[in-house]
Design a protein around this ligand. Structure first.
Ligand code: DXP
Ligand SMILES: NCC(=O)COP(=O)(O)O
Length: 242
């Protein structure tokens, strides 16, 4: 199987640099258009409650100017569900947020909040938005994601990226379970040139969302080049599949 795996480019940290001086450069929307032109299959943008990087107006401009799928990452709040239902991106990925965190620290506790999540998933789905839940590769969370009606799970690869033992095995098991439940399987967080191949080679994973590493490496090599290299590494990993 060498089903081509999609690459979603997360442009959060273009906005981090822009916000550092409060101006308009570098423009995350310009980065998104350049990323798609370079081969990205979609764009991911995380509208955090504290707007530390992506801002509401960025999402509005992305929605009106992108000709590729826009995946809006958001917390499970009424504010964000309302914004998403108004914006109607191609997809939403619900992620946990803690104001003090430097970055996303873990997966969404779907099992522990299924009662409140299910109607949010339904509202978004009823607007034609593909709903993904960002979860740790844990059987209970994946089963809960299917139970609340999500179409997709995005497996948190943060522990894997930090070198935790046995993580790639957990990701493989989780991807198989999710696929067997009819969920589309994505993965992301902390992926880089150096660690992407084993995750890309997991057959059931059909999309990777990658941002921080790509934006950082783009400072040295340029955004098109780093996207094309990530694309090459993903394709090479997929081509090892039977
Ligand atoms: C959910 C995830 O892993 C990232 O896409 C998320 O955007 C991380 O948040 P920061 O971009 O603020 O680090
Ligand atoms: N959901 C993962 C994502 O969008 C990008 O995460 P990272 O590559 O910025 O760590």
């Amino acid at each position: 199987m060498s089903l081509r795996q999609r690459l979603g480019v997360n442009i959060d940290h273009v906005a981090t640099i822009r916000n550092a001086r409060g101006g308009v450069q570098p423009d995350p929307v310009e980065a998104a258009l350049l990323a798609v032109k370079a081969g990205a299959d979609g764009i991911t943008a995380h509208l955090r409650e504290d707007r530390r990087h992506i801002r509401d107006e960025d999402l509005i401009r992305l929605r009106s100017s992108l000709r590729a799928p826009l995946n809006m990452e958001m917390a499970a709040t009424e504010e964000m569900v309302g914004l998403a239902c108004g914006l109607k991106p191609h997809a939403c990925c619900i992620v946990p947020e803690r104001r003090e965190e430097v970055t996303t620290e873990g997966g969404l506790n779907v099992a522990g909040q299924a009662v409140s999540l299910a109607p949010m998933v339904r509202r978004l789905t009823d607007k034609g938005i593909r709903v993904s839940l960002f979860v740790d590769p844990v059987a209970e969370q994946i089963a809960a994601a299917a139970a609340v009606g999500a179409a997709v799970v995005e497996l948190h690869t943060g522990a894997y990226a930090l070198g935790a033992d046995g993580e790639i095995a957990r990701l493989k098991t989780a991807a198989l379970q999710a696929s067997s439940l009819g969920l589309e399987v994505h993965a992301g967080h902390g992926l880089s040139f150096g660690n992407v191949a084993p995750v890309a080679a997991i057959p059931q994973i059909v999309e990777l969302n990658i941002g921080h590493f790509l934006i950082g490496q783009a400072i040295f090599d340029g955004l098109p080049a780093v996207i094309q290299e990530m694309r090459r590494l993903m394709d090479a990993a997929r081509n090892t599949l039977p």
